[in-house]
Write a protein that binds this ligand. Structure first.
Ligand SMILES: Cc1ncc(COP(=O)(O)O)c(C=O)c1O
Length: 359
């Protein structure tokens, strides 16, 4: 480890109040957090402190002009106590793509990896090892200038906190295909993991949830004719022997789970096509009973089946097969992440605790 991280540990861990058998997603946080600051054009002040509130000025530019980006990833602990991360450098690459789009500074790999691995090592007892559970890790960056005026901030903070989680969805999803509101449009910021994208999706999602759906399935901003993604995940559609997923563009998030599914399935000899998927085709595949399965993919969402989609006041139940591919993919991923099967794609980064032990 080369980064000098000042470490201020809690006097007493909160872990005794954590029940790994009753995890509620996103409500319980580990004992510590990692932080650093961007000042005078460089990243500095690397530290691990007790998890807690941070002082903010009412003028903080992220609060007003929205320069705020984040990532979502997970650490896993296997039966032998080995801690792994899944393709963490892909999250860093995406964080830095988001940073460029939002006119924020990029973050060097050593800060990202060493800050995260040290935090995980210190809080390793919080990583649940029951099936389907993990430690969710939230790296994020936000503008910290105290200045009233629209311009890129000169100061930023980058932080990481973590929370033990189960899968975000505990049941198959009902999604509503959106034809009024737009999540992202060409030339916009849909491919960036920026806070505003999530704010923009909340009202339409609330409306869909009031109608009994779990999520909105977004469509393109020009015509509302082509599938894009849900508010938290990418989407896959199986028609006959072919697995389709919307092609990447600047209006959808390039999911790391999506990319991993494509690579895994192609390595198994399956036909995966990345292309625009029209609602017209989706409904026609449904009518001809060729539509055998739909599922979403994401770090939090994992790989979750879609049981039904709604479009123009009509609900379409997806014709399930007994052998859901989404279930098999989830098992394959879990086996890779816990080192039960060999990591032939070189996706796993093991957290070598001895490098990060704090005295
Ligand atoms: C809007 C959106 N799309 C897709 C994804 C899936 O991305 P990943 O698989 O990298 O978690 C996420 C989750 O981060 C998301 O928020």
């Amino acid at each position: 480890m080369s980064l000098k991280i000042t470490t201020n540990l809690v006097e007493e861990s909160k872990i005794s109040s954590f029940d790994p058998d009753n995890i509620v997603f996103g409500r319980v946080f580990t004992d510590h957090m990692f932080s650093c600051d961007f000042v005078n054009g460089e990243w500095t002040n690397f530290r691990i402190d007790p998890f807690g509130k941070i002082p903010l000025s009412p003028t903080l530019s992220a609060l007003h002009y929205g320069q705020a980006i984040f990532e979502g990833m997970k650490a896993y602990k296997n039966e032998d106590g080995v801690i792994t991360l899944f393709r963490p450098l892909e999250n860093l690459k995406r964080l830095n793509r988001s940073a460029v789009r939002m006119c924020m500074p990029e973050l060097p790999a050593d800060i990202f990896m060493e800050g995260m691995k040290k935090l995980i090592t210190i809080d390793k007892d919080w990583i649940p090892s029951t099936s389907g559970s993990s430690l969710y890790i939230r790296p994020f960056m936000f503008a910290t200038d105290d200045y009233l005026g629209v311009k890129p901030s000169e100061h930023y903070s980058f932080m990481i906190y973590a929370c033990p989680v189960n899968a975000y969805y505990s049941h198959p999803l009902k999604v509503r295909i959106e034809e009024t509101y737009t999540r992202a449009s060409k030339g916009g910021v849909g491919a960036a993991k920026c806070a505003g994208n999530y704010a923009a999706s909340m009202y339409p999602t609330k409306l869909a949830q009031q109608e009994g759906y779990d999520q909105v399935l977004w469509t393109d901003g020009d015509e509302h004719q082509y599938l894009e993604e849900t508010g938290t995940s990418n989407v896959f559609v199986i028609c006959g022997d072919t697995i389709y997923t919307p092609e990447l563009s600047d209006s959808l998030l390039a999911g790391i789970t999506r990319d991993s599914i494509i690579k895994l399935l192609r390595a198994q000899g399956k036909n995966v096509i990345e292309q625009r998927i029209s609602i017209k085709d989706l409904i026609s595949w449904h009518e001809s009973k060729q539509l055998t399965e739909m599922f979403v993919s994401g770090t939090a969402a994992t790989v979750t089946n879609i049981e039904l989609f709604g479009y123009k006041d009509k609900n379409y139940t997806v014709n399930h097969t007994d052998n859901l591919l989404s279930k098999t993919i989830l098992e394959d991923f879990n086996n890779i992440k816990t080192l039960k099967t060999s990591d032939s794609f070189d996706w796993i980064s093991v957290v070598n605790e001895s490098e990060f032990i704090t005295n």
